[in-house]
Design a protein around this ligand. Structure first.
Ligand code: F6P
Length: 324
């Protein structure tokens, strides 16, 4: 392998830039050429490439988002799109790539590898933490820190006005962000898709906590939770069945996806970037670099995309005890 392409794909996440930097610098260290591919698979199809050297990634380790930009590309889902991408890569002399993204991005890489035998390596980058084969995806830790900071602020208002707040957080169809920030910010209830609390039990639990002396409450709701049709309907239901509370809703949205990566995400990105390049150079392909028990691991991409990381049942138990 003489020239490695690197790109980010799908939703951006804090730590992606640190991973790009690590891939580029490892290539420079090992005297391999490195090319940045802009706008994910879309840029690959269009040949939007730029040679990268160690200096082209100065001062990005601390930046959120991705300097290579990102996109969700429909064209790469077609055989024709992938053929165009292959032609662009070979014309540029790129003979392997590192994709930093989530399961959609990995699925594209796996199919591309199957069709063209092209060496591919994945680094999990998404705030959702929903990839099998790693306990942490890049951006998850930062997103949790961001959300905890915001909930701390919301709590000031909740307690000053004796209010109940429903705070909706991201995570697509999994509850990792919700569960972790719920425990970290001391939420009274945490609603996640992996557990169905039910509206009646939610109201009962809020009644109990009011009785026990709590004057305000924070309920963290994962966006994928199915307890109500929407967080606004939850508010209506609770207002109707528990009129003792003044209820507000806060949907945090994309502010939890941006911002400077935490130290944890920067270090993880650096480790994963080095490992991704080294593994490609060992002649391995179609793998994702992950972290488990603080050790870097390699998981076949086909496995990484199939299942989600399991929700932490021990943390659910902790949260149940903490919300007493
Ligand atoms: O996958 C990251 C994520 O932020 C999810 O948590 C969320 O459901 C989705 O992306 C939002 O996607 P978009 O930025 O395209 O609206």
């Amino acid at each position: 392998i003489k020239k490695i392409g690197v790109f980010t794909s799908g939703g951006d996440s804090p730590g992606m830039n640190a991973a790009i930097r690590a891939v580029v610098r490892t290539c420079a260290f090992l005297k391999i050429n490195c090319v940045g591919i802009f706008r994910g698979y879309q840029g690959m199809i269009e040949g939007d490439f730029k040679p990268m050297d160690a200096r082209s990634v100065n001062n990005i380790i601390n930046k959120g988002g991705t300097i290579l930009k990102s996109a969700r590309c429909q064209e790469f889902r077609t055989a024709e799109g992938r053929r165009k991408a292959y032609e662009q890569l070979t014309a540029e002399g790129i003979d392997a790539f590192v994709v930093i993204g989530g399961d959609g991005s990995f699925t594209g890489a796996m199919i591309f590898n199957e069709e063209y035998g092209f060496p591919v390596m994945g680094i999990p980058g998404t705030i959702d933490n929903d990839i099998f084969g790693t306990s942490n995806t890049l951006g998850f830790d930062t997103a949790c820190n961001t959300v905890v900071e915001i909930i701390d602020k919301i709590r000031d208002t909740a307690s000053s006005h004796n209010r109940l707040f429903f705070v909706e957080v991201m995570g697509r169809d999994v509850g990792h962000i919700a569960l972790n920030v719920g425990v970290g910010a001391g939420a009274e209830e945490i609603l996640i898709p992996e557990e169905d609390l039910g509206l009646e039990r939610l109201v009962e639990s809020l009644k109990r906590s009011k009785k026990s002396g709590k004057s305000s409450s924070i309920v963290v709701v994962a966006e994928g939770d199915k307890i109500g049709k929407s967080v606004f309907e939850l508010k209506e239901y609770v207002e109707e069945h528990l009129p003792i509370y003044d209820v507000r809703v806060s949907v945090l949205g994309h502010l939890q996806r941006g911002g400077a990566p935490s130290c944890y995400d920067r270090v993880l990105a650096s480790r994963m970037g080095v490992k991704a390049v080294e593994t490609l150079l060992e002649g391995k392909t179609n793998l994702m670099v992950g972290i488990q028990n603080n050790e870097l691991t390699l998981t076949p991409i086909s496995k990484a995309i199939k299942g989600h990381t399991k929700i932490d049942s021990e943390l659910i138990r902790v949260s149940d005890i903490m919300t007493t």
